[in-house]
Design a protein around this ligand. Structure first.
Ligand SMILES: Cc1cc2nc3c(=O)[nH]c(=O)nc-3n(C[C@H](O)[C@H](O)[C@H](O)COP(=O)(O)OP(=O)(O)OC[C@H]3O[C@@H](n4cnc5c(N)ncnc54)[C@H](O)[C@@H]3O)c2cc1C
Length: 520
């Protein structure tokens, strides 16, 4: 036995796990990561993430299957492939979701995961700039800070939301999530605080932690019902390594894929690819959920957006003091709305305001100055699945999120556009908001707006649920995150969420790792 723990995937959850498990000097921990080291300067300079979205050297750059309800389009799904995983390329908004999300997990069979039971692990992870409280912690590895620089339009957006009848909140992660305000960000001293930065750097000198990059796990080694190790590829060579416990932290796409490649999953599906069935587990890859997002874009009359910022000047400002636009996460302000479709007081729409044009994930650069309101439905009903394309471990799986399959989801997306328009039309925006670019004034009816949504909606990057935790027949892991029916094999990442949380998913993925590590 070479290691006590083998962790597959150095993302949000994997780095947190490696950091925590290696705190015990008697535990020998191996962390395998398919991507490379996080040397790229744009990872660490916050605004640099806008450039990373294009890069496929640190990004799996997946595409979904054609979406029937989105004009047959394939949607682009970036995921981090580098130390820190998606926490190295994300927008850094620090959000946990709503108390009721976790209470519902617990009520559905995830015993031990109610909000009051997960809160201590959010707090443990956190180093909150505004100090400790019942909801926040200080001294943890994950820097959670106020933005060092905000664009004046972000304040205008918040004011306009209030004029549109929305309330304000000074903490999306405090007692009341509902309302508008600035996001806090996962940063430390103006630098991105990825999970690698938070958890791996302090652990770098530990002799009991081995981090292997460019190592892509291709199969879980099993002896009967016990996981005994991992087979992985490094360059052209295949290696195997053995350990006491195997922990998958490859994220919502790769963890279920690796289970299936190893003969753990829906038996009939595995057989169609010629994979020997080791353990029939029908829920693997099912229950795929994501936040679909729609952007409303308006021209800005004043040349104050981030569209034309001097990269040289802001680079210099950042270099000498880590301040200025380069320290911004761009999506500085936002809000949680209880729409007219909500059935209780829990927000069902989230907004991110971008003081710049944002089209096609920033891949399509538009001329001039503009502003964008992102809006997404927080708890869609549509459920998709992830299946194998083939038994080739290096081939991408097939991603079928089934966006907008339900009328409820379509109604919520319509509400997203209408609310965004309402905010842009307020007094506060009068000096700034020029003509609406998307959807465009001619689109007024539900039919026209739905056509626009079908043409332009994109992911806001929160796929979860494909190895769901629970006790029903479709559950993949039990509430201790052990793969049901097998020994010494766990899944610890965003894939175990039984249902999407009402917010961004990085902090919850880290919380999941903190909670798992604490139980060992
Ligand atoms: C562009 C973008 C913007 C986002 N913005 C935000 C935001 O502002 N706030 C927020 O809270 N969330 C945001 N998210 C979502 C959030 O970052 C993710 O939900 C979270 O990072 C998921 O964590 P994870 O540990 O499940 O997976 P990941 O962090 O994706 O980690 C998985 C890791 O496993 C590695 N891996 C996969 N397969 C293998 C294998 N076979 N062998 C070895 N290694 C493997 C991957 O390379 C990766 O490093 C964003 C995501 C993206 C992509």
């Amino acid at each position: 036995m070479e290691f006590d723990f083998i962790i597959v995937g150095a993302g949000s959850a994997g780095c947190a796990l490696a950091g925590r498990l290696s705190e015990n000097p008697n535990s020998r921990v191996l962390l395998l990561e398919a991507g490379g080291r996080d040397w790229h300067p744009f990872i660490h300079m916050p605004a640099g993430f806008a450039k990373l979205i294009h890069s496929d050297s640190i990004n799996w750059a997946y595409e979904t299957e054609p979406q029937a309800e989105l004009d047959g389009r394939r949607l682009y799904w970036p995921r981090g492939k580098v130390l820190g995983g998606s926490s190295s390329i994300n927008a850094m908004c620090y959000c946990r979701g709503h108390r009721k999300d976790y209470d519902e997990w617990a009520a559905a069979g995830a015993t031990g995961w109610s909000f009051d039971e997960v809160l201590p692990y959010f707090v443990k992870a956190e180093d909150q700039e505004n100090g400790a409280s019942a909801y926040h912690g200080t001294g943890g590895p994950l820097g959670v800070q106020n933005l060092r620089h905000t664009n004046p339009l972000s304040a205008v957006f918040i004011e306009a939301a209030q004029q549109a009848g929305q309330t304000l909140t000074d903490d999306f992660n405090g007692p009341r999530q509902r309302g508008f305000g600035y996001y806090q960000v996962t940063q430390r001293d103006g630098r991105r605080c990825s999970s690698a930065f938070a958890y791996l750097r302090p652990a770098a000198k530990r002799a009991n932690l081995t981090v292997q990059t460019h190592a892509q796990a291709t199969r879980i080694l099993l002896d009967g019902s016990r996981a005994t190790g991992i087979e992985y590829r490094r360059g052209r060579r295949s290696h195997s390594v053995h350990g006491g416990q195997v922990i998958l932290a490859g994220g919502a796409i790769n963890s279920p894929q690796l289970l299936m490649l190893s003969g753990i999953g829906p038996a009939a599906e595995l057989r169609t690819h010629g994979i020997d069935v080791h353990h029939d587990l029908p829920g693997v890859g099912k229950n795929l959920q994501d936040h679909l997002d729609i952007c409303t874009l308006a021209h800005c009359r004043e040349p104050i957006t981030y569209d034309k910022v001097s990269e040289f000047a802001s680079g210099l400002r950042y270099l000498f003091g880590r301040k200025g636009p380069a320290s911004s996460n761009i999506a500085e302000a936002g809000g949680f709305v209880v729409s007219r479709h909500a059935t209780d007081d829990r927000p069902d729409i989230q907004m991110h305001f971008v003081p710049a044009f944002l089209d096609d994930h920033g891949r399509n650069i538009l001329p001039g100055h503009g502003m964008t309101i992102h809006a997404c439905a927080l708890r869609p009903q549509s459920r998709g699945e992830l299946t194998l394309q083939s038994s080739d471990a290096l081939a991408a799986p097939l991603l079928q999120p089934n966006y907008l399959e339900y009328e409820y989801d379509r109604r919520l997306m319509l509400e997203c556009v209408r609310l965004a328009r309402e905010i842009f039309s307020q007094q506060a925006f009068r000096p700034y908001a020029g003509a609406e670019l998307y959807p465009g004034v001619e689109a007024q009816s539900d039919e026209a707006l739905l056509r626009f949504i079908r043409r332009r909606a994109e992911t806001i990057y929160h796929p979860v649920g494909t190895c769901k935790m629970g006790v029903d027949p479709m559950a993949v892991v039990d509430p201790q995150l052990n793969v049901r029916g097998l020994d010494a094999l766990s899944v610890v990442d965003a894939s175990i969420m039984p249902a999407l949380v009402s917010g961004n998913t990085n902090a919850p993925a880290i919380m999941i790792a903190e909670k798992f590590a604490a139980q060992l």
